[in-house]
Design a binder for this molecule. Structure first.
Ligand code: SF4
Ligand code: SF4
Length: 569
């Protein structure tokens, strides 16, 4: 049988420009006339990715009116901003709970009191997804492109703020470190900003020495110094040593930041193929060149086992790899290679503190309680393995959880199917606290005797938040990922982005139970809905509290020990 090969066009990097279409060459000329771009030497860039290509495809011009919010504390950030004209104002967060919500005009999550919780039970409507459409019920204010601060003088009165003017960069810490925004920034005057997605920022700083220095210096000064100082193993390092740490620590990243886009396709492949797609950060049998600190993302710790790899553990933000080997090699004349491999799960950002710096600055000052125990047993073959404490079965389950990336959850719903009687009390409790509308489905992947239900896991890396045009989906001050119903325009971006299918779009109704229709198109108005972890309930998630058999737990997957105990239960 003859088969005709199918020809497909290989996707190109800029098939999808950051803006709806690439910027015009006039716009690019205009950008190049502003600092800091006017100082960049175009000959530093490659022909295949010229400065003009990067500016044309990886950036967009954002024009703001006074009060327009550029981003809010807790928003998900994958882009940075250069101020081209005008100025923006930074609201300095001093830990005032709820401030973010107040200034941004977004939802303010307040816990319901006892009577409020009780009255909910008889206030629920008969029709699903009913909304109060009275104008004063829609608290947030949205201009065509996003949110704006409603009362600027009040913000200036109540909060400490500072100004960022033309030529300056902001937002690069979240863009490069894949962390939530740590401040709220709004336009102080009419201004023009150049928003650069992280790929463009990475290329601009790689190619342009002047820009690289600016981005690198800012990052080292504002983020690295603070991060290293708050890491316990560096607590006793003196100021001169801290300076060396800041200067010599290397930034590295592995994998694909847009991991969610390939998540489903990868899940269907075999284990060996999946393993191949996990770039190696450190390899078993190699000698350590530095201490690896996870800055964001996840990494799998594994060990060669026959022809495959056995997952022993996983590491997330703030955890480190290689200290035992580096410490052993410093004290011994018989050096020890890495006993395990460290692989990328999706995407990971790491800091590498070179072994030389560790030996000269850190190890002599290591706090006593952090001195690693000498590896015991056959150290070259792993010594005392993490998985030795558990059964082969739980190692397998751990592997499944890592591969499906359920380890992303801070409140993953795990239902023990041996205890669950299918009474659905959990679903009814959820509905009762959300105006009669359940926010999860008792259905999902099975790992051993546990069901990982289709309920929002309130991820460490909430990729659902990427691209929400109004900022309706956001992280609350308490860390939950929630949707502000009035500002959700039902575009579905978040539902498409959630790799775990945990967001639903629903048609909303008015108090009479009639569908609410768009005035122009007559199409039903949609809103995104999902579990909000009962953010306004006094006693936390209703589902977990309602289960009479202790079958349902919301598990913070960063707590590996708790997870292992649950798997062993
Ligand atoms: S909606 Fe999906 S991606 Fe977003 S936090 Fe929930 S589970 Fe994670
Ligand atoms: S559907 Fe999702 S992405 Fe779109 S506006 Fe609503 S919350 Fe944002």
């Amino acid at each position: 049988m003859s088969s005709t090969p199918i020809e497909v066009r290989r996707p190109q990097r800029w098939d999808e420009p950051f803006d709806e279409r690439p910027l015009s060459s006039r716009d690019v000329d205009w950008i190049l006339s502003h600092a800091p771009f006017s100082d960049i030497d175009e000959s530093d860039f490659l022909g295949s990715a010229s400065l003009r290509d990067i500016l044309g495809n990886d950036t967009r011009i954002v024009r703001c009116l006074p009060g327009d919010i550029v981003y809010r504390t807790g928003d998900y950030g994958t882009s940075a901003f250069f101020v081209l004209t005008g100025q923006v104002r930074v609201v300095l967060d001093r830990g005032d709970e709820g401030m973010t919500e107040k200034i941004s005009g977004s939802v303010l999550h307040t816990r319901r009191g006892f009577m409020g919780a009780l009255s909910q039970l008889w206030k629920n409507t008969k029709s699903p997804e009913v909304r109060n459409l009275a104008p004063d019920a829609q608290s947030a204010k949205v201009r065509s492109k996003g949110l704006f601060v409603q009362d600027v003088p009040a913000v200036l009165n109540e909060h400490e703020t500072t100004i960022i003017g033309a030529g300056h960069l902001f937002g690069e810490l979240s863009a490069l470190g894949r962390t939530p925004r740590t401040t709220t920034i709004f336009a102080d005057s009419q201004c023009e900003l150049l928003e650069v997605r992280w790929q463009g920022l990475r290329d601009l700083s790689r190619r342009s020495k002047s820009l690289n220095k600016t981005v690198d210096d800012l990052y080292r000064k504002d983020a690295l110094d603070e991060q290293l100082q708050s890491t316990p193993i560096f607590a006793n390092v003196d100021p001169a040593g801290q300076k060396r740490l800041v200067e010599e620590t290397i930034f590295q990243n592995y994998g694909n930041r847009e991991w969610a886009a390939t998540y489903k396709a990868l899940a269907e492949k075999g284990a060996a193929q999946r393993l191949k797609k996990e770039p190696i950060i450190a390899e078993e049998g190699h000698y350590p060149n530095g201490l690896i600190l996870i800055r964001s993302g996840f990494a799998r710790v594994s060990k060669q086992f026959g022809n495959g790899h056995r997952t022993l553990s996983y590491l997330g933000k703030g955890q480190m790899f290689g200290l035992e080997e580096i410490y052993h090699n410093w004290r011994s004349t018989d050096p020890l290679p890495y006993r395990f491999s460290l692989r990328t799960v999706g995407y990971v950002d790491v800091l590498l503190v070179p072994t030389r710096v560790m030996e000269e600055v850190v190890l002599p000052n290591l706090p006593e309680e952090l001195i690693p125990d000498p590896p015991v047993g056959d150290v070259r073959n792993g010594g005392h393995l993490v998985s030795d404490s558990g059964s082969q079965k739980h190692t397998q389950h751990l592997e499944q959880l890592v591969e499906a990336r359920f380890i992303n959850g801070t409140a993953t719903m795990m239902i023990d199917l041996e205890r669950c009687t299918r009474c659905d009390d959990c679903v009814r409790a959820c509905a009762a606290t959300h105006d009669g509308n359940p926010r999860f489905i008792r259905h999902g992947a099975q790992v051993g005797k546990f069901m990982i239900a289709n309920a929002c896991m309130h991820c460490v890396d909430p990729v659902c938040m990427i691209g929400c045009p109004t900022g309706a989906i956001h992280r609350t001050v308490g860390g939950q990922v929630a949707i502000n119903d009035p500002t959700c325009i039902g575009c579905g971006t978040c539902a498409t982005n959630c790799p775990y299918d945990n967001i639903r779009l629903v048609e909303i109704r008015d108090n009479t139970g009639s569908l609410v229709l768009d005035k122009e198109t007559q199409a039903p108005i949609l809103k995104a809905t999902k579990c909000d972890l009962c953010v306004d309930q006094l006693v936390g998630p209703a589902c977990q509290n309602a289960c009479p058999h202790d079958a349902l737990q919301r598990v913070d997957m960063r707590q590996t020990q708790t997870l292992l105990e649950l798997l062993e239960r």
